[in-house]
Write a protein that binds this ligand. Structure first.
Ligand SMILES: [Zn+2]
Length: 467
């Protein structure tokens, strides 16, 4: 297959960067497609987004014939690499799924960008004025991301309970360039904590806020049920045991789909006894889970039975044990949910084993099937593991199932910049909703979708002949 030309890349960047008025942008788009593009040059799926953005202006300024012509070209743009239908596995092929927020969105779980506004709505319902004020504060500063908020709350919580750290923060943020007071110098020399401006009431407000936010967060997730994506993956696992699942989601959708099929889990916090069970599926929840509890005081970590927990919650039988009292020490327990921070290691030493096994699984994979995961800036840790693995293992391939058409071109650029002689075809683009396309893909990979895939290319041939 021919590659996309430099000229096309430059044109895409300009049009995406909104450097032109709509009318001029459409003219450039049309000129490129009609004259400048080489005959057999493939078109990047990003053209679809660009056209969607400018289409409405086109109707005012361009003849109907031109618009029809552009639409025809847009329809011919392939969003899914044909390569995907040629992949087959045998027992030795290791498959690793990596699931992100996009995989759970159809289950009614708000994605990261919508989560915070959903939480504020719920906070208002329970009549928490303090949270209302916090919502306004975030609003004023354009903090719209739950991850930023959780990160800030974690940092302050961590700093508040580690006075030495607080003074260190104080030192880095405020003391540079100013003379230390005599008292401060005395304390530092003796490695004693320097007095800081944080008072006890702000700490308890913080703890309380964090606890309430976790409660609200959990309530948006606990009643969600698995969707087609989760169920399809479980059907696949039944046929292909050499599979692991890694997820950055806190919800219990994929766990539920697996457990309800009578399959055991391993790799979670409470499943040590299953480690040698060949029939159990490895499920690695990198950012924690709504059924994992963590005690701030004694750092005890434990997992509650997900299905039991859902029932408890839905029937309102007992209070939700994840946010209860620690059996070890009597301290307060909260759900073990990790915001994507680059220094997660420092704050959740209990999860190091889990991150290590994620890293190991990724390195063993022949195919990484990445569904609804957006490679966010805050997750550099995961991106680094994948990048290292792709550079070490030359035959490893990634299948990216994501509706964002910019993702694959961006990843191809990024990996090419980091890995010498990187073959961009190792990243296979499936730019469609996973609920729609994943069932076909996984059947085809198992060699069961033969008829379908044939009819697909047959259909394509007919279409091409018609032109
Ligand atoms: Zn405890």
């Amino acid at each position: 297959m021919k590659e996309i030309s430099e000229k096309q890349k430059r044109m895409l960047e300009r049009l995406e960067g909104r450097m032109y008025y709509p009318e001029r942008a459409i003219r450039y788009l049309w000129e490129f497609l009609r004259e400048e593009k080489q005959v057999d040059e493939p078109l990047d799926p990003r053209w679809l987004d660009i056209w969607k953005k400018y289409e409405r202006y086109a109707h005012e300024a361009f003849p109907q014939g031109v618009i029809k012509e552009i639409e025809k070209i847009m329809q011919s743009i392939k969003k899914t690499d044909e390569e995907i239908w040629k992949i087959r596995v045998d027992n030795n092929t290791k498959i690793v799924f990596l699931l992100g927020a996009g995989a759970s969105a159809p289950s009614g779980i708000p994605t990261v960008d919508k989560l915070l506004s959903e939480l504020w709505k719920r906070a208002r319902k329970i009549g928490r004025e303090d949270l209302d004020r916090l919502a306004k504060w975030c609003d004023d500063r354009q903090i719209t991301n739950i991850e930023d908020l959780l990160t800030a709350a974690y940092i302050s919580n961590f700093a508040a309970t580690n006075r030495g750290i607080t003074s260190l923060l104080d030192y880095f943020l405020f003391s540079r360039g100013r003379e230390l007071a005599e008292e401060e110098e005395y304390l530092i020399r003796r490695s004693l904590p320097v007095r800081t401006t944080i008072d006890v009431s702000s700490i308890s407000f913080l703890q309380d806020t964090l606890q309430t936010l976790f409660g609200l967060l959990t309530s948006t997730m606990i009643s969600a049920s698995p969707n087609t994506t989760h169920n399809t993956i479980v059907d696949f696992i039944k046929e292909h045991k050499n599979t692991s699942i890694i997820t950055t989601n806190y919800d219990g959708c994929v766990d539920e789909a697996i457990l309800k099929n009578g399959i055991h889990l391993k790799g979670t916090i409470g499943s040590e006894s299953e480690e040698n069970n060949a029939d159990a599926v490895q499920l690695i929840k990198m950012h924690g889970s709504i059924n994992w509890a963590y005690c701030d005081s004694c750092q005890d970590v434990r997992e509650f039975d997900l299905l039991e927990l859902k029932e408890t919650y839905e029937k309102d039988k007992l209070s939700y044990p994840v946010m209860g009292i620690c059996k070890n020490c009597g301290g307060l327990r909260r759900p073990l949910l990790v915001p994507p921070l680059s220094f997660k290691f420092l704050m959740f030493p209990n999860l190091i084993d889990i991150w290590n096994s994620a890293s190991q699984s990724i390195e063993e994979a022949d195919y990484l099937i990445i569904v609804g995961y957006s490679f966010s800036e805050a997750d550099t840790y995961i991106t680094k593991i994948i990048s290292r693995s792709m550079s070490m293992k030359e035959n490893q391939k990634m299948i990216i199932v994501n509706t964002n058409s910019i993702l694959v071109p961006t990843l191809r650029d990024r990996f090419s910049a980091h890995i010498d002689g990187f073959d961009e075809k190792r990243i296979i683009n499936v730019c469609e909703s996973s609920e729609k396309i994943l069932p076909d893909i996984l059947k085809s990979i198992l060699g069961k979708g033969e008829a379908k895939s044939k009819s697909r290319s047959a259909r394509k041939k007919v279409k091409e002949e018609e032109r």
